[in-house]
Write a protein that binds this ligand. Structure first.
Ligand SMILES: [Fe+2]
Length: 199
């Protein structure tokens, strides 16, 4: 584990890579400009099984987001990984293999009043059931691929550079098959209310 200054350097490199990717994607920038009020905050690392799966994953292929993909992996050991669905009936396999940590927002290495940002990783052959939240959301697929499902539309396979937008409280789900997926996820509002499974 790097020292305090080393850890901050890891986070700063990740933030810079996220900013460059975010501002380089017109759809994402139109949905929510990258925030101009980002401030650092301390992180208390907390690890979950999926974090280790992402650390050793070899299938996260991408043609243009290698820097951000690798920066999310490098910061993984320093992150507070989330257990959003702990205590629900989502099942042990999901709890053991799904992985997500916050970059900007609660538990993240940075704060902003304008936007929250996370990384989501799913190994092959995993289903993230239907869920929803008040926050308006956009996924940018960085590496690998997954079937993204949004209520009211056909499921679509999205790969690097593709986005999926979720309106306030619009149920959405995703499934991986032969490949894993890594996505950069942002909310532009509704920060105080976490996701819940859609019954
Ligand atoms: Fe969501």
């Amino acid at each position: 584990m790097p020292d305090q200054g080393g850890m901050r350097a890891v986070w700063d490199r990740l933030l810079q890579a996220a900013k460059e990717t975010h501002e380089g994607n017109a759809t994402l920038s139109a949905f929510c400009p990258f925030p101009d009020d980002v401030q650092p905050q301390d992180v208390v690392p907390y690890h979950i099984p999926g974090a280790q799966l992402m650390a050793v994953e070899t299938g996260l292929h991408t043609d243009r987001y290698t820097e951000l993909r690798d920066a999310f992996v490098t910061a993984g050991p320093l992150a507070l990984w989330r257990e959003t669905y702990k205590g629900t009936d989502i099942g042990q396999d999901f709890m053991d293999r799904f992985a997500c940590y916050c970059l900007i927002g609660v538990g993240g290495a940075f704060t902003s009043q304008q936007m929250c940002a996370w990384v989501v990783y799913m190994p092959p052959e995993l289903h993230y059931p239907w869920h929803h939240h008040p926050g308006e959301e956009m996924y940018l697929t960085l590496a690998g691929e997954a079937v993204f499902m949004v209520e009211g539309a056909e499921g679509v396979v999205l790969g690097p550079g593709d986005t999926s937008q979720h309106e306030s409280n619009q149920p959405h789900a995703m499934t991986t098959h032969a490949h894993p997926v890594m996505a950069y996820v942002v909310w532009r509002n509704g920060f105080e209310t976490p996701p819940v499974l859609t019954i």
